[in-house]
Design a protein around this ligand. Sequence first.
Ligand SMILES: [Zn+2]
Length: 253
Amino acid sequence: MLVYMAIAGIGGLAVGSFLNLCADRLPRNQSIVRPRSYCESCGRHIENRHLIPVISYLWLRGRCGYCSAHIPLRSPVVELATGLSFAFLYWNYGYTVELGIALVYASLLILVSAIDVGTQLILDRVVYPGMALALIFSLAWPGLGPARAGLGGAIGLAALLMPFLLYRRGMGLGDVKFGGLVGLMTGYPLVFVALFLAVTTGGVVAVLLLVLRVRGRRDPVPFGPFLALAAAVTLLWGDTLWAWYTSWLSGGP
Ligand SMILES: [Zn+2]
């Protein structure tokens, strides 16, 4: 088991490295296939020995090997997050169809979060293919299916469209579409768990940042990462959370 978890983790580090490349290039409309990795500052191709996830970052002390420009901290964070989630998902799902779907979803959610934190954007180019995948995956995900997924997607879209139309500021149309994607992934009724978790965690963190004066009242806090984390928690433990909620509604066990 441990050996396979380690293999999944190492695979995750490599996928994380590719997600970083996507997060750099997709917002600029650049190809994610060519050219191979280069330094954002001096433009030189990065040698293979400097492309080892996390280790290269530590070895080079977070700087480019040629021009010593800073490599963004996002780079090792995304690699580590992807590696750890892949190892965890293998441990959780074992060698199943769900594992395959969960690995794709983890990559998608991490990519959306990384781009949103860096640019405040959630790209159609990531969300639309994600929606198509989620609809297909709903056929294989236990207890879901296209009807529940579609209804969840509609609820996710509608729930975030309201604050978007009412306030405009702070939430973009990208968040609304991402809400639709998360709804497709989690389906009805678990989409309510995902929305609840995203709004409460996002709200608590936004207030904390304001109170601690890390951010001012006018600085936007990207909502994408909260929605992504909420989607992940819901896919993993949503059934249990929903069962608690319904038993609490009906007066408890
Ligand atoms: Zn450089």
